[in-house]
Design a protein around this ligand. Structure first.
Ligand code: SAM
Length: 285
């Protein structure tokens, strides 16, 4: 293994005089054991294509290219492109793209890659856009088999949260609807340059072939979920009534909530995914 990019993050940063840009959420991983564990948890094989979001200086990219068939690495910061070209660009199976992942058509990027092996997203995500990136990937309908992502510990807690908890919300429901999720490991601030203020968690999300519950209208289900958590302090009925995408009358909403066996003062955070699916079918009729 060429260590110039993997274990040598500090050396690469010194050599290219890389100044970590806060606006891009740049915290570069320096710990080789963590890099290895991420690749191991991703279960990537030589048949697979990896989409890496935010390769930075190429530390994770180098480890991934050893195990994957192809690595497509999308980096927003054009100043890092020459660094990446030198650290990993010579590798035949690495493709570097200078783009904003939030403005990238992921389905198009991955066209043709689904034949053969799996498509896996692996990333030490920039924390300022973790939720939009994950929601975007889950809703993209791109043929993604798994995501192994480093996120803030607090976001990992939200992903794994259950009804009734403070951390429970639209992200928890989207993650459990689309994936089987588990926390792989916690990563302390010392493993990064510069050190972030918070602890991080590596999450592995295996994308489900079939959702665990059936709703007749998936778009309505997620509109209802968004509406329920949009104004957390409101009752579910008021949250739904005030949401522009939902056009049912208050009577209809109250009736549906009662049919669920819930009181009219129930809040969205008390409903399970199954209950949201039933509510969506009742309101969609
Ligand atoms: N993968 C590297 C590592 O582990 O050392 C860097 C991780 S750093 C937490 C996040 C990376 O995402 C940075 O390189 C940053 O420039 C990049 N990034 C930030 N916003 C992005 C976006 N919208 N699209 C693509 N890359 C982005």
């Amino acid at each position: 293994m060429d260590r110039s990019a993997g274990g040598g993050t500090a050396a690469v940063i010194r050599k290219y005089d890389v100044r970590a840009q806060k606006k891009y959420g740049q915290n570069f991983l320096r710990d080789e054991n963590v890099l290895r564990r991420i690749v191991e948890a991703s279960e990537v094989t030589k048949e697979d294509t990896v989409l890496e979001i935010g390769p930075g200086t190429g530390a994770l990219t180098a480890f991934l290219s050893e195990s994957a068939g192809e690595v497509i690495a999308v980096e927003i910061d054009k100043k890092l492109i020459p660094v990446l070209e030198e650290s990993v660009g010579q590798r035949e199976n690495v493709r570097i793209i200078n783009a904003d992942i939030l403005k990238t058509d992921i389905r198009e990027l991955l066209i043709g890659r689904e034949q053969g092996g799996c498509i896996r997203v692996v990333a030490n995500l920039p924390y300022y856009i973790t939720t939009p990136v994950i929601m975007g990937l889950l809703e993209s309908e791109a043929p993604i088999d798994s995501m192994t992502v480093m996120v803030q510990k607090e976001v990992a807690d939200r992903m794994l949260s259950l009804p009734g908890k403070k951390t429970y919300g639209a992200l928890s429901l989207a993650v459990s609807y689309h994936t089987e999720a588990r926390a792989v490991m916690e990563v302390p601030p010392e493993c990064f340059i510069p050190r972030p203020k918070v602890s991080s968690t590596v999450m592995h999300l295996k994308v489900r072939r079939e959702p665990p519950v059936r709703a007749a209208d998936e778009k309505l289900l997620f509109d209802i979920i968004r509406a329920s958590f949009n104004q957390r302090r409101k009752t579910l009925a008021n949250g739904l009534k005030n949401y522009p995408g939902i056009t049912c009358s208050m009577d209809r909403i109250v009736e549906a909530i009662e049919l669920l066996g819930k009181g009219t003062t129930v809040r969205g955070e008390q409903l399970s995914l199954e209950e949201f699916a039933r509510l969506s079918d009742l309101l969609g009729k």
